[in-house]
Design a protein around this ligand. Structure first.
Ligand code: ADP
Length: 551
């Protein structure tokens, strides 16, 4: 714009200068010509008056001192006298315009350019009383001649004019454009620019306000969207119709920390199932899939979003279902195990009952067989009780918490197990200081009972079991230690799994269900307690439940 404005002003200034100078030259030239013509007519009249009496000598005298040319022509055009040339040698002048005009009208004038255009000759002629014509002429530089003589000056003047035009154009451009260039477009109404710009600036101000309010609304919506998607546990990815990742929420970046969540969909993950699901959605079909990655399992749900004639965008939900699948697998395993565990004693019961029914058993053996049926039924009952306890813990039955003193609880457990301990020739000790925790009394008693029961069951003859309570670092604890067979390091992490037994036959022999430590684990989770297991094969086991510090 600056260049165009400068160019226009420069051209205008230049044309104005050239036109002005040209007109001035023409005016000066025509003024000079007029002066010369007046001078020649005066002189011609004066010479005519001086030679009116036909005094040829007077004419020659004037001609010899006169600076301009004097010619006397006869009425037939024959040159009678010329003060610069020999009249005899000169051709007939009847056809000369100024002579012809003077012969006809009494006065004639004419001007003629030289062949080179550099000079111009002016003629003035009057018809004398005797019919002859007196002509006076003078030669001066023509306008072209004058121009060529002054050409260095003219070049200088043109250059000067160019310079002046350039300076003028530059200054005017600056003056015109400065208020426009320095416009504050953020606050258009504060500008002190041309009045003509006022409607534009008002419009701009309105637009600015509109844009600012729309931008604010957009930002608010974006913040809302970001906030919601950032709180989502599910991964959310939006793909453009071209398959580029437009958005990926925090959960996605947490799920795939090693992968880039920008660029094409392939940059996020290269799993075949992921690619299939995304490509199907981009192709217009919603799709589901399951993907395993870095030891975790993800469910993928991609929905297709119809675009405006340029393919389909897609929305992908990624949900970490590792725990859900694990829980489902555990539930299925548990159901299978329960069926199996229930079936074993029932099969025994059925067998003994059948033998007795068929009368195969001798009367003296009936008591022994009934005892076996009873003990198998007892096992069944214990198992069912354990399953019920475990499912109650699983469901998180809303039993209220109450202050429970653990030392007294250990005394109760000892009393319940005194008989069993005596049978196994085990000594039972309760020691430590009384300590109170907040919890479910029955669950806590069951947990300590299960630990102490195992400590007796997996002990050696004449071994001992100690139940200890107290506080360590202000945190309440209960510890059950025995001098039994111990648990191998490989089995230690697994003994808390449902139905896991190190030695199945030993467990069954001691009436174990394989659920005792599972119940302890669930009970501990319910009470936010931590379980520490220390065991040495052949030496004994020590299991400590550490409860949270009292508030
Ligand atoms: P069970 O009913 O078989 O005792 P638990 O869940 O109580 O089931 O225990 C799981 C397994 O852990 C037991 O079968 C046993 O092999 C082992 N175990 C538990 N407590 C002890 C212990 N104090 N000493 C040695 N082994 C133990």
């Amino acid at each position: 714009m600056r260049k165009r404005v400068f160019g226009s002003i420069f051209l205008t200034a230049l044309v104005t200068l050239i036109v002005t100078v040209s007109l001035l030259l023409v005016a000066v030239h025509s003024g000079l010509t007029q002066d010369l013509q007046e001078r020649l007519s005066n002189e011609c009249n004066y010479i005519a008056a001086a030679t009116a009496s036909g005094d040829e000598q007077e004419l020659q005298r004037i001609g010899s001192v006169y600076a301009d040319r004097i010619t006397l022509v006869d009425a037939d055009g024959t040159v009678l006298y010329d003060n610069e040339r020999d009249a005899v040698e000169m051709e007939n002048h009847a056809s000369r315009p100024e002579i012809a005009e003077a012969l006809e009208k009494g006065v004639g004038e004419f001007s003629r350019l030289s062949d080179t255009l550099a000079e111009q000759t002016y003629y003035y002629a009057i018809r004398l009383a005797d019919g002859t014509v007196l002509r006076v002429s003078s030669t001066a530089d023509s306008a072209f001649g004058a121009l060529s003589t002054a050409s260095p000056w003219i070049v200088l003047i043109v250059l000067l004019a160019l310079l002046v035009a350039a300076l003028l154009a530059s200054w005017l451009t600056h003056v015109f454009l400065e208020p426009i260039v320095t416009l504050d477009l953020h606050e258009p109404l504060k500008n002190d620019a041309y009045d003509e710009l006022s409607p534009l600036l008002h419009r701009m101000d309105k637009q600015n306000h509109k844009i600012a309010s729309q931008l604010g609304e957009l930002k608010r919506r974006q913040a809302e969207f970001d906030d919601i998607t950032a709180r989502m546990d599910e991964g959310l990815v939006l793909f453009s119709a071209q398959g580029d990742i437009l958005f990926a929420n925090r959960a996605v970046r947490a799920l795939f920390p090693k992968d880039s969540a920008t660029g094409g969909y392939m940059t996020l993950c290269r799993d075949a199932e992921y690619i299939r699901v995304v490509e199907e959605a981009l192709g217009g079909e919603s799709a589901h899939g399951r993907m395993e990655k870095d030891g975790r399992v993800y469910s993928l749900t991609a929905s297709s979003v119809a675009g405006e004639g340029q393919g389909h965008a897609a929305v992908l939900f990624v949900v970490d279902i590792t725990e859900r699948e694990q829980a489902e697998r555990q539930r299925q395993e548990f159901t299978a195990n329960v069926s199996h565990e229930l079936k074993t004693p029932l099969t025994s019961i059925m067998g003994f009952a059948e033998i007795m029914e068929n009368g195969i058993v001798r009367p003296e053996d009936i008591g022994r067989f009934a005892g076996k049926i009873r003990s198998e039924a007892m096992r069944l009952l214990t198992l069912i009780e354990d399953i019920i306890r475990l499912s109650r813990l699983d469901e998180g039955a809303p039993v209220p918490f109450e202050p429970v003193e653990l030392s007294a609880l250990c005394g109760t457990v000892r009393d319940r197990l005194t008989h069993k301990a005596a049978e196994n020739k085990i000594t039972l000790h309760v020691k430590g200081t009384p300590v109170t925790v907040s919890g479910q009394r029955r669950t806590l008693e069951q947990m300590i009972f299960n630990l102490a029961d195992n400590a007796i069951a997996y002990n050696k003859t004449h071994g001992s079991v100690t139940l200890e309570t107290g506080e360590e670092n202000d945190a309440p604890f209960v510890r059950v230690s025995d001098t039994g067979i111990g648990i191998a390091p490989a089995d230690q992490p697994r003994v808390f799994e449902r139905f896991y037994r190190v030695d199945k036959s030993h467990s069954k022999q001691t009436g174990g269900t394989g659920l005792g430590l599972s119940i302890v684990k669930h009970g501990a989770a319910l009470h936010h307690a931590q379980i520490d297991l220390h065991s040495t094969l052949g030496e004994g086991t020590e299991i400590t439940l550490r409860f949270p510090k009292a508030e």
